[in-house]
Ligand binder design. Structure first.
Ligand code: ADP
Ligand code: MG
Ligand code: MG
Length: 903
């Protein structure tokens, strides 16, 4: 069977997004449920991929387009570009994942010097016909022919000036006709060829341009930001034009079935009468709130409300809709499950449970750990003396402080040199993406909740305030005047604070405070309290659902009592990694130096004995904070010379002393000799982890005794729980075996019998490829495994994190070698394969072997799903990430259909 590349809107449905793109699949779905959709067809993503692979559209595409075009023409009773009664179409991009405004759409295809007359006659509106033609020339010129937009925009501006009018709508039919002449001249001048008059040639060129726009710079950048694969391609929708700019009872708009900022059900949106679709989003004129549409075209408004309700009921979720009204008749042009703020996502999920629309497990799948982490960001503390410059549209929540910068390029440059910036624009367009990504927040003087800035900022989770009309921006002088009773001039580089949840803009840097969601996790807010806000109640409810559904336990990485206490408040069920290195710093450094420089066994033992009670004290504090829960303590991991003075500093100091005839103390000499002896050219792969424990007699024993004695003290005080002693960086089971035998002897001496599931157990990190590859053997001497995915990633890939991230990573990301750093999101194919292998082989040796992860991946949403899938018992992450890990562990269980098991 040969591939089919074109499907009529009546043939698809919403589940075919991969083939038809989101826009095409949802247009088909609207047709299916009987909503009024202008007829048309979708060219598949397969066709786009074929085009991108070979540089040309597949041979059969032209014929398939002809067949479907003919069907559309029959349905409408007009033919494309007919001189007297033309069918016009739009050519619309639409990929599997929504990429708002990132690719191209061309409207009014089929107009030419003849059919523009036909359109005028048929509509009885000359102005409309010429306006449509100039829009085609402009969009076609930009999108298909790559002509700079300002070539056209500047001519519109000039025309408005010449006529003494301020708005596009004030230009007359004759003005627009004149502009059409100018635009055609621009095209001919820029490309050396006249604008193609042949409608089908226009159509084919526009289709190709949409294919090409997939690889456009801003589309590529957006995909990288949103982690959308580059090889999906876009579908192309060819759709009969309907005209919101045909008459006074025509119009166009966008709406949401609920407020995408708060989740409240209602009538949210913006519209413009006598305008074409892109005008609303572009902020050309200030749009009107949707409810005012009732006064303009009551019947169409009533039908729109009905359709909104029908769509929400059908999709069981907030829908985002584009519509156009042509001479009082309503047409639906697009819908999708709408983007929303993090707060709205939680609230809507709970509202939908209460409305009986979805069940709890579905609600859990509607929110993400990423959204939860956004809600945990701090907000502004208003208690001090703050000056509010203006209050505008709260377009994307969050608190941002930064220096104002007025263009995207500068924003990116300032950010690259470490400045926090707020991008200030009249309105943003897709070319501003680079600057938007680089900024802490976005502030515009025009546009509302559906403007480009608002939509993109919400998608990125960046704070955004829109439509701040009090700001007069002077790009030439690089300054912003805050108009009003008490005017003020802000220069580029001045500090402002913006609150995307309230729409407020403040002068200077306003201090921030914890978010209510963090206060809730801290136990400072009662989620059941009568006046607790809806968001906190929703987060609490969803967290309970997550906890009830998850199979993975969640622990925290913590090495102080304070962090451990917070971890418990945030829901940690134990400690997955207590590092002991900080216990060797500060005043204790001196003891460590003594240990290293010890020239006799007695000296070394004395140094260790001095350290032991100090360590024991540390552990007692942690056991107390974690009472009743497992605590996993890792024996000393970093190379010892990290605790000594720097090699170069010492060399220089001694050399200078010698050169100037100054005395060099014996201590300095010995220290230098030791540092020289211990110097390693590649410490990451040097004497660290278990290797240290093996070559420095007594070191691990001292730590193990401190742990056991602390645990005994804890129990004697009535405490409970369990302790896991973890050996770092082993390559082979022999290493673990040696340490284990010593540990068992010490434990027995302290009255414990170590073993899997006992009060005291002894296990290892799996963080080197060799350990993963021989996990079956290692499991014979390990009571548990904990995957150290940071080192495992470094050693599997063969690069050190610091060198890689500071070095070649940005280019690797640019070139798409990585979609995202493997230190952020676990590399499933490589590192993940080692993890899975080690789990499987470890459990083959020792059924029920306890496994967990303690690398930073333990708090990364995607990685948590992976750890769930390979069957780990727990993930461990920083205390602040614990709620995110709990949520994602619940979502992972729901996604794989697993049911609750033990922790
Ligand atoms: P985007 O993906 O950037 O939203 P769209 O394909 O939705 O691009 O089109 C841009 C604008 O043109 C939207 O406002 C849309 O409603 C409008 N539009 C697209 N096709 C038609 C059509 N056939 N008739 C009228 N307006 C259209
Ligand atoms: Mg759209
Ligand atoms: Mg490690």
């Amino acid at each position: 069977m040969t591939t089919r590349y074109v499907f009529d809107f009546s043939e698809g449905d919403k589940d075919q997004k991969a083939l038809l793109g989101g826009k095409g699949a949802n247009l088909a779905e609207m047709v299916k449920i009987g909503l009024p959709v202008p007829p048309g067809f979708t060219i598949t993503t397969d066709a786009c991929r074929a085009y991108l692979d070979s540089g040309a559209a597949p041979a059969q595409l032209a014929d398939e387009v002809s067949t479907h075009l003919a069907a559309t023409e029959r349905a409408i009773g007009r033919t494309l570009g007919d001189p007297t009664n033309p069918l016009l179409v739009s050519v619309r991009s639409g990929a599997m994942f929504s990429m708002p405004g990132m690719m191209e759409t061309v409207l009014n295809i089929g107009l030419n010097d003849e059919s523009v007359q036909g359109l005028a006659a048929q509509s009885g509106n000359e102005r409309f016909a010429w306006d449509s033609y100039r829009r085609l020339l402009q969009m076609f010129g930009k999108t298909v022919l790559d002509i700079e937009g300002h070539e056209f925009e500047s001519r519109i501006e000039a025309m408005k000036q010449a006529r003494g009018v301020s708005q596009d709508v004030d230009l007359t039919a004759a003005d627009l006709q004149e502009l059409v002449g100018q635009f055609k001249a621009v095209i001919e001048h820029e490309t050396g060829k006249p604008f193609p008059q042949q409608p089908r040639a226009q159509l084919d060129a526009a289709i190709e341009a949409v294919f090409r726009s997939w690889m456009g710079e801003r589309a590529v950048l957006y995909r990288r930001q949103e982690r959308i694969p580059h090889d999906l391609g876009t579908a192309v929708n060819v759709q009969t034009m309907v005209f919101g700019n045909m008459s006074e009872d025509s119009g166009t708009g966008v709406c949401f079935t609920r407020d995408p900022g708060t989740g409240e059900k209602g009538v949210y949106g913006d519209f413009l009468m006598n305008a074409q679709g892109e005008d609303v989003v572009a902020g050309i004129r200030n749009a009107h709130p949707l409810h005012e549409l009732e006064g303009e075209v009551p019947a169409a408004y009533a039908q729109l409300l009905e359709n909104m309700a029908a769509l929400e009921a059908h999709y069981h979720d907030l829908c985002d809709i584009e519509f156009t009204i042509e001479r009082g008749k309503l047409w639906m042009l697009q819908t999708r499950v709408g983007k929303r703020t993090a707060a709205a996502a939680f609230k809507i999920a709970c509202q939908l449970i209460d409305e009986g629309v979805i069940d709890e497990r579905e609600a859990l799948s509607r929110v993400t750990g990423q959204q939860l982490s956004l809600l945990m960001f701090p907000r502004f503390d208003r208690s001090g003396d703050v000056r509010v410059l203006t209050k505008a549209v709260a377009a994307s929540p969050g608190a941002a402080v930064g220096r104002i910068v007025l263009n995207s390029k500068d924003a990116a440059e300032w950010a690259a040199r470490g400045e926090r910036v707020i991008l200030v624009r009249t309105e943003t367009n897709p070319d501003d993406l680079v600057g938007m990504i680089a900024s802490e927040g976005i502030l515009t003087s025009r546009g509302g909740k559906t403007s480009h800035a608002a939509v993109i900022a919400r998608g990125m989770g960046a704070p955004c305030v829109c439509g701040a009309e009090a700001l007069a921006i002077d790009f030439a002088k690089k300054q912003v005047t805050v108009t009003g009773s008490d005017p003020l001039v802000l220069k580029e580089g001045d500090l402002v604070s913006i609150d995307g949840a309230t729409g407020e803009v403040f002068l200077g840097e306003v201090p921030v405070m914890a978010s209510p969601v963090v206060d809730y996790f801290e136990g400072k807010l009662d989620p059941a309290g009568a006046d607790t806000d809806e968001l906190v109640r929703a987060v609490h409810r969803i967290m309970q659902i997550a906890d009830a559904n998850r199979r993975l336990a969640v622990r925290a990485n913590s090495d102080t009592p304070e962090d451990s206490e917070r971890a418990v408040r945030f829901g940690a069920q134990g400690i997955g990694l207590c590092r002991t290195e900080h216990m060797f710093l500060g005043d204790r450094r001196e003891l460590v130096e003594k240990l290293i420089l010890a020239s006799s066994d007695a000296d070394r033992e004395a140094a260790l004995e001095a350290l032991r009670p100090l360590q024991q004290g540390d552990f007692e504090g942690i056991f107390k904070a974690m009472d009743g829960k497992p605590v996993n303590i890792r024996l000393l991991d970093p190379p010892l010379h990290e605790f000594l003075p720097s090699h170069t500093d010492l060399e220089v100091k001694v050399a200078v002393a010698r050169a100037t005839g100054q005395p060099v103390s014996e201590a300095e000499e010995t220290m230098l000799a030791a540092v020289r002896r211990m110097h390693e050219s590649n410490p990451m792969l040097g004497t660290r982890g278990v290797r240290l424990g093996i070559i420095i007699p007594g070191l691990f024993q001292m730590q193990i005794r401190a742990i056991l004695d602390a645990f005994t003290v804890h129990q004697a005080a009535g405490g409970t729980g369990s302790v896991e002693i973890m050996v770092p960086l082993i390559d082979t089971y022999q290493e673990l075996d040696i340490v284990r035998q010593e540990a068992v002897a010490l434990a027995q001496a302290a009255g414990y019998e170590p073993g899997a599931g006992h009060e005291v157990s002894i296990g290892t990190m799996i963080e080197l490829p060799r350990a993963a590859l021989t996990a079956g053997q290692i499991a014979e001497v390990a009571d548990f495994f904990s995957f150290g995915t940071n080192d495992l990633t470094q050693t599997t890939w063969g690069f050190s994190r610091d060198d890689a991230e500071g070095g070649f990573f940005s280019q690797y990301l640019d070139k798409g070698i990585f979609q995202v750093s493997p230190f952020e999101m676990l590399d499933r194919q490589g590192v993940g394969r080692l993890v899975k292998m080690a789990v499987d082989e470890g459990r083959a040796t020792k059924p029920g072997l306890k496994t967990g992860v303690c690398g930073e991946h333990g708090g990364d949403p995607d990685s948590v799903h992976f750890f769930h899938e390979v069957g780990l018992d727990y993930v461990s992450c920083s205390p602040f990430r614990v709620p995110v890990a709990r949520l994602e562990a619940g979502r992972a269980a729901v996604a794989t259909g697993a049911h609750t098991a033990s922790t």
